[in-house]
Design a protein around this ligand. Sequence first.
Ligand code: NAP
Length: 456
Amino acid sequence: MTTIESRSPQAPSDLVVRVPDTAPDEVATAAGLARDAAAAWGRGPAQARAAALHACAEAVVSATGELTDLVVREVGKPVGEAGAEIGRGVAILRYFAQQALHPEGEVYPPADGVSLLHTRRRPHGVVGLITPWNFPVAIPLWKAAPALAFGNTVLLKPAPQSSAVALRLAELFADALPRGVLTILTGLAGTGEALVDAADAISFTGSVRAGQAVAVRAATRGIPVQCEMGGQNAAIVLPDADQDAAATAIAAAAMGYAGQKCTATSRVIVVGDAAPFAERLAAAVAALPVGDPADPATVVGPLIESRPVEAIRAAVRRAEAGGAQVLTGTRQPGGDGWFQAPTVLADVPPGDDLLSEEYFGPVCAVLPAESADAAVRTANNVRHGLVAAVYTQNLAAALTLTDQLDVGMVKVNAPTTGVDFHAPFGGEKESSYGPREQGTAARDFYTRTVTITLTP
Ligand code: NAP
């Protein structure tokens, strides 16, 4: 049996877990068991599913401390953010437990005046979830909770770097969920491909490259698919913005959890004279504590692997050779872990990858814009379209820019990061494919509608 390892990014010699790389035939077997379990789970009362999800929430509550420590250890998330993520996971489970009891259909006027013409919702059957490592609790739960609430069974393939957290969640849920209702399939991309080949619907979160491959594979089978992918998110700062508040918020949005969020700010577009704001932002970033994610003071921990550290350093060297200035980030943290100093750049040459690609690390570029219109053009000039922020005191400007930004989410005077699980979540262009997730949008994805005519 081939195995894969998950190592702690702050101490790579710390082997967190070694797990199987699940083979395609094992995925097919697991899908068969999940399909058997789907009959009872999906046709049973919604009240039973709601109660089971509430029990899952209680299991997470009782394991909060232990799970927080595991998230810190396995994916290097600063402990404050890790604890908040566990709390969010609990809230997600409770929210979707209640949604299981919401009205599920509509009644329409029948053509004959007497029939009962109505709709009901049915689960798809077995839903395959493919998830990244950066929110190892929240993302699996914001997919699994609605999938289960609406009567599907779930096969979850976590990213290898978050295998231990996924397995621990499943252990915590074992008493609440019948056998075969939620199964973790550890493994690499081949396991994910086999899952797309075996499931009745697929929900993916990860990079654009992998998401596009998943979307094509699922479309070939004709199954419902949603993919939430990467971002290259801009914050626009207008001259009338509260400059200090904007600098503080953008520093956290760009560098929190070492920039490893799909919603992190990568480009800061300043209307007017950019230099004073760039200095403010660099100072706010330089003040962020970098180090051991288990230390409650830490804001910027390690990166998940050595590869993105090397990629960011090479990109910064390339941009500098093209004339960019490093405003902060030249002094690299010491230690064994995969750390990168939070880095702010100015004068990045036009066309540089730092202005168009997702580096998924603690690096951002400050760009000047002559006008608000020019700022919007720059913000929209990427293949991604996840989220944007606008900093201004002018309501009319905020509303105008909100309408012009090609993104799925706009934050006014708020960081690009931060997700509300009870509101629709998703992006535009290459950031998303398929329907939105979370909130009430989740039910549309995890069910299909049946139209029924009942004539007496
Ligand atoms: P990733 O490399 O794309 O992997 C995501 C998941 O897809 C992993 O479980 C991965 O397994 C699997 N996978 C890769 N290729 C596949 C294929 N051909 N078929 C099926 N499954 C496949 O992303 P990551 O490094 O884990 O996470 C970082 C990325 O996620 C960033 O781009 C970030 O922006 C994005 N993200 C997006 C959101 C959002 O909601 N928009 C939220 C969080 C993160 P292996 O790792 O074994 O290949």
